[in-house]
Design a protein around this ligand. Structure first.
Ligand code: GAP
Length: 495
């Protein structure tokens, strides 16, 4: 991960937010290449879900429409949705280091037989500092005498014995307390309880709030979907693992409204479809996993017994395990029912085929766009000691932030003029970079490092036979093609 994070900084994919002020924990900025990569994933999702959704289980064309709702809604919406009362994480504070942790993210090294030895807490995947303290404070005992247990398995009576992840003395961690993840703000000039509002913690609620509007104003019929892409905000207790868990991130969510009797059929359809989609944009199937949620992990809206499936990806920091990329939940009619009760506006749908009015059930594929960026970056990162760049980013061409590089072999003898003409032709359709300086090997290396799938070089022969060299990023092999066929070549490869 350290190498990938360094590459992303060096080449302009991702920067820490407010870096010149030492950053702000849990916030990230996307640089020139990061925003291209993110937009490519976003556009592929919108195309494949809204403009051209897959055929349904019976081969019929599905109907999914788009939406772009406000980030701030009436705060009563978040009371109805259950987020004011139930969108909490248990957190513990450390009195010594002043750090705050998610209780369910903490693990503890505990001596297997001696109850007088302190226990050493650490964050999942970050055991090194706790191991160091263990060596210092549990002198003479071997690490083999210790076992790892989840902090949630220990009672509060263990707290006096636990050394916090960033502390030196036992007993500094507090009991777990519930912490609401929504960011609060005030709307209008007066800052009091009546003007409190929340930044949305999920894009989904904007869709439920507009369910009736969409039914009344467009020609959709159940089953149908409403899709939205946008920012969501969660005041995560422990933002970590780069952009995996941040406080501001983007989601791509679709609420699929169907009759309750058909919900199971649609749930399994969307689980399969979504796992296939991630493969279609370049994630290897071995690195993907469909995992049902345990009953203890279900969100407040998910149906017991059926609940949520996660599409998980094997991130370097979770390997050999997997981390969530997307959840596909059966939300039942929970949200529409809650909003109907709280708003006192009838949200029932009259089904002309069934001659019945009902609240549709909802199947929700909820994907993280920011996590998608991270998964594609991890998947693409390919060390290769043979290359000058030592690493190349093997993005699927459709997802690559730069599709083509155009280089004159030397910056003279008519080559720059031909290169510029080709560059102007290609850039009208694809993100293309013209690079006229430095040795050609260095220019290829730069393109390898940012994952540009094809580079076209104009050389002495171009001027006589109207051909160029095309270099393939993955094989580093070179071929010659006609100058006037470059546009068609690229269009075919990029798709
Ligand atoms: N509407 C349902 C919902 O929001 P979720 O599982 O809480 O479900 C959906 O979030 C997706 O949003 C997750 O699978 C993940 O990809 C992304 N996500 C959630 N919290 C995130 C965070 N703090 N940072 C980055 N991505 C996050």
């Amino acid at each position: 991960m350290d190498d990938l994070v360094a590459l992303c900084k060096r080449r302009g994919f991702i920067y820490p937010a407010s870096e010149i002020y030492q950053g702000i924990n849990g916030f990230w900025d996307y640089g020139p290449l990061g925003v291209e990569l993110k937009n490519n994933i976003r556009d592929a999702w919108w195309h494949d879900m809204v403009r051209c959704p897959p055929a349904g289980p019976d081969g019929e064309a599905l109907s999914i429409v788009g939406l772009d709702s406000s980030i701030i809604q009436n705060p009563r919406a978040w009371e109805a949705s259950g987020h004011v009362g139930g969108f909490n994480d248990p957190m513990v504070d450390c009195r010594e280091s002043k750090a705050r942790y998610r209780h369910d993210h903490l693990l503890v090294f505990r001596h297997k037989s001696d109850a007088d030895v302190p226990m050493f807490a650490f964050l999942e995947g970050e055991p090194a500092p706790a191991l160091k303290r263990m060596k210092k404070l549990a002198k003479g005992r071997s690490p083999d005498d210790f076992e790892t247990v989840a902090m949630t398995e220990l009672g509060d009576d263990a707290l006096p014995r636990i050394v916090g992840p960033d502390a030196n003395k036992p007993g500094s961690l507090t009991e777990p307390r519930q912490f609401n993840l929504m960011f609060k703000t005030y709307v209008g000039a007066v800052q009091d309880e009546d003007s409190v509002a929340y930044l949305r913690p999920e894009t989904a609620q904007g869709i439920f709030l507009n369910f009736k509007n969409v039914v009344d104003t467009s020609r959709v019929k159940v089953p149908f979907g409403i899709a939205q892409i946008g920012k969501a905000f969660r005041n995560e207790v422990t933002p970590r693992n780069y952009i995996f868990r941040s406080r501001e991130f983007e989601q791509m969510e679709m609420e699929w409204f169907c009759h309750g009797d058909e919900a199971e059929k649609w749930h399994s359809f969307w689980c399969d479809t979504r796992a296939r989609w991630w493969q279609s944009i370049g994630l290897q199937s071995d690195n993907l996993l469909m995992r049902p949620h345990g009953q203890d992990e279900l969100a407040h809206y998910a149906k017991e017994g059926q609940g949520t499936f996660d599409v998980e990806y094997r991130f370097p920091f979770t390997a050999p395990g997997f981390g969530e990329l997307e959840g596909v939940a059966h939300r039942t009619d929970y949200d529409l029912k809650q909003h109907q009760t709280h708003s006192k506006v009838k949200l029932g749908y009259f089904d002309a085929d069934r001659k019945e009015t009902y609240l549709p059930h909802v199947i929700e594929p909820a994907a993280g766009l920011s996590r998608g960026v991270l998964a594609l970056l991890c998947e693409a990162y390919t060390p290769d000691p043979e290359r000058p760049s030592k690493v190349y980013m093997k993005f699927q061409p459709r997802m690559a932030p730069i599709k083509a590089g155009v280089f004159p072999l030397v910056n003279k003898e008519g080559m720059p003029e031909v290169a510029r003409k080709l560059y102007e032709e290609l850039r009208s359709k694809h993100v293309t970079q013209l690079d006229v300086k430095q040795a050609i090997g260095r220019r290829y290396a730069r393109m390898d490092e940012v994952g540009t799938p094809y580079c076209f070089t104009i050389d002495g022969d171009t001027l006589s036979d109207q051909t160029v060299t095309v270099r393939d990023r993955d094989t580093a092999g070179q071929d010659r093609i006609a100058l006037d066929k470059v546009g068609a070549f690229l269009a075919e490869k990029i798709g």
